[in-house]
Design a protein around this ligand. Sequence first.
Ligand SMILES: [Zn+2]
Length: 450
Amino acid sequence: MPQTAPSPAILQQAVDDLHDDMIDLLGDFVATASLSGAEQAAADFLEKRLQSMGLDCERIVLDSHLIASSPLFSCPCDPDGGRHNLLARHLPRQRPDGTRGRSVLFNGHLDVVPTGPEALWTTPPFQTRVEGDWLYGRGAGDMKGGIVCALMALQALRRLGLQPAGVVGINAVLDEENTGNGTLATVHALRNSMAKARLSDFDTVIIPEPFAETMMAAQVGVSWLFVTITGRPAHVAYKGQGLNPIEAGMALVDDLKQLEAEWNRPENRHPAFQNVEHPVNFNLGRIEGGEWNSSVPCTCTLGLRLGYYPDADPDTVVEQVSRRLRAKAQALNPALQLEISTRGHRSPGCIYPLDSPAMQTLAMAHRSVHGRDPEHLACTATTDGRHFSLLTDIPVTNYGPVARNIHGIDESVSLASLRRVTRTFAQFIIDWCGVEDAEEKSPLLNRDQK
Ligand SMILES: [Zn+2]
């Protein structure tokens, strides 16, 4: 039965009352390490929590063969290994007339990026620490905090004796940081009736990535490239007889920086990135090579990340960059051998129209919390939003908390921001899905019931 919505002040109180629960939940979630390729402990952790809240949980297993023909498939970095996404759904009451409120899917990734040397962290990366307004740990911001906000929004409504009158899904996916194949697997399964849930169950998608409570309007494309250079080894005493592939690799990267600068020039920018200072980033993320300090090395492998605009095709970008690398190597020394391969991200960019009723409702919810409109972000990274934007007609954007040092040392997320995002999500659910009396099947999770 439709219910009168709580006032923003009452909603705020309900969210504030959950502050300690939120810290406990996020702390335990972050402490459950889940590097890309090894996310299952975090999936199990979340499954237990969501089941205890009475949500309908199902596992969607990653099977690369099923999605390999998708235009958004990326060559995996890890074996599928039976890994699965966790899709949980709050199901509203059955009404006699068969109607129900509109629905939303919160889609977040479980995997976190490598921590770097633990010694650089103030406290170990998977040992959660709260200091002032910040909760520290790898994944606190990117993006376990955002997933917790979605969960806490349901909890806050429950505290008020309410539940969403439409389906609210929480899809926790694997492998976002390397490929995005986790979300692709869910979209495929839901579209092809391979799961209990259906893609048509969801009227809109929100990805709570930590972009400081902005609404994402566009994101760049990202592709990974591996370049193996073979030179000619020699005793360093006779260096002239050798051909150093590591030094050649440095020259190749220097040359790519010119291309990066060219794409970043204001006249070459995509309109959505006109006001972004340096939208296209090329990164030399890994370098491997050499055997011994006094030998000219045999080989060098560069691990590169390329960024590009939403109107560029990933394969064309890789072709263009490969041509340039080969030409430069040829110019350096025709005896250099280059082997170029792709693995990991092959992720086109996309535009997120923000004028749909769902996106306007999200902006309105933000306004009710902040008293002003949300800023729109043209993002210089990729997110799983592209799967919904490019493969479905479901309105989607990213909207999540304020975080610091994501992918860096001492990553942290703002607790005040987590509470604001939780309020925004709860308000969005009220305005978009509607609310009804809470059912008994979903007991309130509190600190004593953990
Ligand atoms: Zn992320």
